[in-house]
Design a protein around this ligand. Sequence first.
Ligand code: UGA
Length: 438
Amino acid sequence: MTLKISVIGTGYLGVTHAACMSSMGFQVVGIDIDASKISALSAGELPFYEPGLQELLVAELASGRLTFSDSITSAASADVHFVCVGTPQRAGSLAADLSYVDSAIENLAPVIKSGSLVVGKSTVPVGTAERLLARLQHVNPLLDLAWNPEFLREGFAVEDTLHPNRLVVGVTNDDAEAILKEVYAQNLAEDVPWIRADLPTAELVKGAANSFLATKISFINAMAEVCEAAGGDVTVLAKAIGYDPRIGSRFLQAGIGFGGGCLPKDIRSFMARAQELGADQSLEFLREIDAINLRARTRVIDLVRAELEENLIGYKIAILGAAFKPDSDDVRDSPALDIASQLQAAGAAVTVHDPKALKSAQLRFPVLNYAESIEECIAEADLILHLTEWKIYRELDPVKLIGLVKRPIIIDGRNALDRDLWISAGWKFRALGRKAIN
Ligand code: UGA
């Protein structure tokens, strides 16, 4: 008989996982305490933007395999329960807030049937899984728990879930692994690498992977700083080192650095946990990674001042991009919005455009000015900042835009625009880690 699945938490991760599991043929219920989110999802409305997910959601609802509920008791008949709730940074601390994970387990334990498997997907500090397993078995000794970290990227969430580059399962026994092999049978048939680990290793894999990615980005941003000091070009440097397969060219895009709901808080929570474990020295370097990352935001503001003047009061600055990365409407710890609000606080008149994230940006930073169109955003601007590399910005025609602004100055905070094109159209083009060319 086909396994029945419940997914607890319907954020980016949970909705994607639920819809993808349904598309693999399982009966799935997605559960969340937020009743308004559940009624939207049940009506086929995705509360956030993620390419391809809206269509998949509608199709899976229509198939009858996917349902949503705001009651945890809807998980009662499922065999496997994926915990996909958020673990944001705890207020006033570097550590992760585990309250959503803890309450998911507390609520699940008394209602699910004996023999069922709870599978954690949320990013948690090492040691959490063992603690949760003990808690589950205290309520019902016939429950089991596995940890199955998630590596999906926003913007590619459906693709990454249906075709992951590896599956990591932390288990304490063969039965749990067998159940997970049944869940992921389609992936296994496609030869997706399968890594069985113990619980702590599975938890650590996630922290290690995100720390490595953050390190790669901060490494190239540190190189950008050195290029600036020495008169080099970080985009050429990145290309040159990227050809070495041991280094690789991905995640070497210098610019205003990483943000989002994962990388920043994950490296901090990893450091905080290492400290608790007495291994603080081992992850001390992540403090520097974090500092380099935040410095990139300041450096771009320094560039703005260098182009305008130290005192920004009254200057009109247009910002292209609000999301923390393209193809997402997620503005959690968005470098673009952080820079926008710092410029606004410095007295500049800031107008922000984004093709998908205006609504989420407005909710988080209501004091900024937002424009629905690029033309409206840049009208009479003293300077344009390109901060999220959406395709529509790369396709802009600088010849057409030059008549709209007060001064033709653009700073490419993502090193993603075609510099020659903008310069030949008459713009002054500045970018992090590259020399100024007029
Ligand atoms: C990240 C990881 O890439 C996923 O594997 C992981 O599953 C996820 O976190 C998570 O923990 O849930 P995501 O936050 O969606 O995924 O975004 P990334 O594609 O990793 O980008 C993170 C940030 O780094 C963005 O702000 C992006 O603009 C920035 N970035 C990325 C750079 O500044 N330079 C680069 O070369 C690449």
